[in-house]
Design a protein around this ligand. Structure first.
Ligand SMILES: [Zn+2]
Ligand SMILES: [Zn+2]
Length: 330
């Protein structure tokens, strides 16, 4: 391929900065309609839901703020209890938009220690406590989650003391923290059973996918990973698989043009070694035999029409495909 001329490079660059990655992809399809999941719609969907619901709080990949797709977080609601999966920036505000009471959050699960998955873990605990909900949720994630929790609490010790004195709450204590070190059972309560699988996301070790088995529904999450058999095994027969996806061709073109609409340096070596090309995500879902594949943690997080994502995943997957948008209820 010839090097783009300065003029075309500039044109590409401005298109990319305007958020039109589809231009880079050469996609002829129209842009997907803007996300229609308003807080009102989300709240109405949750009110009328029967059984376990999955809400996508943040569906964008990478530590990029201020985009229509927030950083990664999801919440599962069952029988009045809520379980948060990952705490990217925005988890607190997005949860508030769903109308799910903060007091309903019983457990938090972190897939791996990248900022787009854990940056708001500590602040979420602090802000929930600041509302007067003094019993902290339990937390599960790879080491060093226990040390991270302690260190965070130490860093906000003065804040906790001032607030505690002002509002007469007992100080925030988070002592139900568990480190997940390998594949296998993670926890269970009266609503669900949680199982982990080791995935591949170097140099982050360990990084996990999780499966949540409720009485009425099973939902698996890949976290961040290259396509791995372990994820297909974990998700086998599940109702829903929430899997990360990357459009490698578009990211590749963005890197070469240095047209960086995601505002951080695209490193294709990282993208190839650590993430799942969309076509392979379809293959994993087919292998797992899940009913529904939900694409979340999308890279790039803007500019690719839903139809393009869906068509690529459908090359190898014959089940239902949902392209994730923030605040969507599934
Ligand atoms: Zn990520
Ligand atoms: Zn990651």
């Amino acid at each position: 391929m010839t090097k783009p001329s300065p003029v075309s490079r500039r044109k590409f660059l401005s298109a990319a900065l305007a958020g039109s990655a589809a231009t880079l992809a050469g996609a002829a399809a129209p842009q997907s309609s803007p996300a229609e999941w308003t807080p009102e719609r989300t709240q109405a969907a949750l009110r009328s839901a029967t059984g376990t619901s999955l809400v996508l709080l943040g569906t964008g990949a990478g530590p990029v703020e201020g985009r229509p797709r927030h950083m990664t977080s999801h919440v599962l609601v069952s029988n009045g209890a809520a379980y948060v999966v990952d705490c990217g920036l925005g988890v607190t505000a997005q949860l508030a938009r769903t109308g799910i009471p903060f007091s309903a959050v019983r457990s938090i699960f972190i897939t791996h220690h990248h900022p787009d998955h854990n940056v708001e873990y500590g602040p979420f605990l602090l802000l929930r406590w600041a509302k007067g909900i003094t019993h902290a949720p339990s937390a599960y994630g790879p080491p060093p989650l226990i040390q991270m929790t302690r260190d965070y609490l130490r860093s906000v010790d003065a804040t906790i003391r001032f607030w505690s004195e002002d509002f007469e709450y007992p100080p925030l204590k988070v002592d139900d923290v568990h480190e997940v070190t390998g594949s296998g059972p993670v926890m269970k309560d009266e609503n669900l059973r949680v199982t982990s699988a080791l995935v591949q996301h170097p140099p982050v070790r360990p990084a996990f996918g999780y499966r949540f088995d409720f009485a009425d529904r099973s939902i698996a999450f890949s976290g961040d990973t290259v396509p791995v058999e372990a994820m297909a095994r974990l998700a086998r027969g599940a109702d829903v698989l929430v899997h990360e996806a990357i459009d490698m061709a578009v990211m590749d073109r963005m890197e070469r043009l240095n047209a960086d609409p995601t505002q951080y340096k695209i490193n294709m070596h990282h993208m190839r070694a650590d993430h799942s090309p969309i076509e392979d995500v379809g293959r994993i879902a087919q292998q797992a035999g899940v009913k529904t594949l939900v694409l979340s943690h999308l890279a790039p997080s803007i500019g690719i029409p839903d139809e393009t994502w869906r068509a690529a995943a459908a090359k190898h997957f014959t089940g239902d495909i949902i392209v994730g948008h923030d605040l969507m209820v599934i």
